[in-house]
Design a binder for this molecule. Structure first.
Ligand SMILES: Cc1cc2nc3c(=O)[nH]c(=O)nc-3n(C[C@H](O)[C@H](O)[C@H](O)COP(=O)(O)OP(=O)(O)OC[C@H]3O[C@@H](n4cnc5c(N)ncnc54)[C@H](O)[C@@H]3O)c2cc1C
Length: 380
């Protein structure tokens, strides 16, 4: 059994990275101090604020890894990692540009046509174009190959019909990547015949219905597609290569700091509360344990980002980060509730309690990821 790809080499934080980190942190602290930014839990899903996204873009912190030729900043994945870590730790409202920046831009760079890159990337980097992900369906979540949304060949493109669900941000995004069946299901090759289509959410035949979560917030949706025309120019990559394209992005989607920092603002509130206790109050060992886990996750996640940058395989390591990271962010909620001394009505704790069930589901459930890890280790 080879384990090299399971444990990507760690990367040190260079002085330049630390300087960038401090620059972002100073900006966020100033916004918190002047009251224009209120830290929140799970802000990368629930904190939709296009003005804030545009402000970050103006500072060069959106589309960081997009080449300058497409309006981006030509920086490294590790630099982007440092910036996103600071944004998440501060609980900043980054949901509007999150999918476009994390997923759409790299996918367009890798699989998109020149026209698609020119059309979308400069506006993504400017915080002007937001994306959503149309993978899950009412009967197709973990078993994504069973998607039923179908695209029928018509003159000049495809006619798409089906229903996507849990589509975060679809009500406010410009477009979404739809995984659709472009050839009939072949049960002996279920992953074949799938394609990725870029569907404009304001197209004729698209209906976006809100799904209100337990928090009372509307951040995800059910999206009905009824004979929606998608021109050939909006096929992403190759027809029939959808499965390969979707799975090749997973390392990236699963390993980022959003998989362990969703509840960090709650942890910070707990630490501040502990620090304010009278001298002589016994230290809370749960805080030390959490910090140690956090440090480990930071290093693992950064190592996966560096591996992605080098073009190394990192899907198994990414799955490890997601399983450990999402259980950690849930454990922080439990620790804050049981031993943190915060009332259940504390807004960060209340949001953490209600958002928590989603942490280990979104982006692949822990049960499924444990299977990915076992296969990656050659155990299944
Ligand atoms: C907050 C949030 C945001 C989301 N945003 C998006 C989005 O923007 N776009 C999008 O496409 N999707 C989105 N999703 C959907 C998410 O990807 C799915 O919820 C996830 O893939 C699981 O699919 P499912 O809900 O259909 O559950 P199911 O696949 O039905 O699974 C139900 C349970 O059965 C278990 N299970 C299933 N199969 C197996 C197996 N083979 N072995 C062991 N256990 C198994 C699962 O682990 C889970 O516990 C979002 C979800 C959440 C919670």
């Amino acid at each position: 059994m080879t384990v090299n790809h399971l444990v990507p080499a760690g990367v040190p934080e260079t002085p330049a990275l630390t300087e960038l980190r401090h620059e972002v942190r100073a900006f966020l602290n100033s916004r918190i101090a002047d009251g224009s930014l209120t830290p929140r839990v799970d802000a990368w899903i629930t904190g939709w604020d296009p003005d804030f996204s545009r402000e970050l873009a103006a500072r060069g912190w959106v589309g960081m890894t997009v080449p300058a030729a497409y309006g981006g900043h030509g920086r490294t994945f590790v630099e982007r990692f440092v910036v996103t870590e600071e944004l998440l730790a501060a609980g900043a409202p980054v949901a509007a540009h999150w999918v476009a920046d994390r997923q759409a831009a790299p996918s367009l760079l890798r699989f998109g046509t020149e026209e698609q890159k020119q059309h979308y990337l400069p506006r993504i980097a400017a915080g002007e174009c937001f994306f959503a992900i149309g993978m899950s369906e009412p009967d197709s979540g973990s078993d994504l190959a069973s998607v039923r949304t179908r695209a029928r060949r018509v003159d000049g493109g495809w006619s798409v019909t089906g229903t996507k669900v849990w589509t975060s941000g679809a009500h406010a995004a410009e477009a979404f990547f739809v995984l659709a069946r472009t050839s009939p299901l072949d049960t002996s090759a279920r992953h074949a015949g799938l394609s990725q289509l870029i569907v404009e959410l304001r197209s004729d035949g698209v209906q976006v219905r809100p799904i209100v979560s337990m928090t009372g917030q509307h951040h995800f949706n059910e999206v009905h597609l009824d004979d929606v025309f998608v021109p050939d120019a909006r096929v992403l990559g190759d027809v029939g290569a959808g499965w390969h394209q979707v799975t090749s992005e997973l390392a990236y989607e699963r390993s980022g700091p959003e998989r362990f920092l969703s509840t960090f603002p709650l942890f910070r509130a707990q630490v501040r509360r502990a620090a304010a206790q009278p001298e002589g109050t016994p230290a809370d060992p749960a805080i030390g344990r959490a910090l140690a886990r956090l440090r480990g996750l930071h290093h693992m996640s950064m190592a996966v980002n560096a591996a992605v940058e080098r073009g190394d395989r990192a899907d198994t390591a990414a799955a490890v980060v997601k399983v450990l990271g999402t259980s950690f962010e849930g454990d922080l909620v439990e620790a804050a509730q049981l031993g943190g001394g915060l009332p259940d009505s504390d807004p960060l704790l209340a949001a953490g309690l209600l958002q928590r069930p989603g942490f280990t589901l979104r982006g692949g459930t822990s049960e499924i990821l444990r299977g990915v890890i076992a296969r990656g280790m050659g155990l299944r």
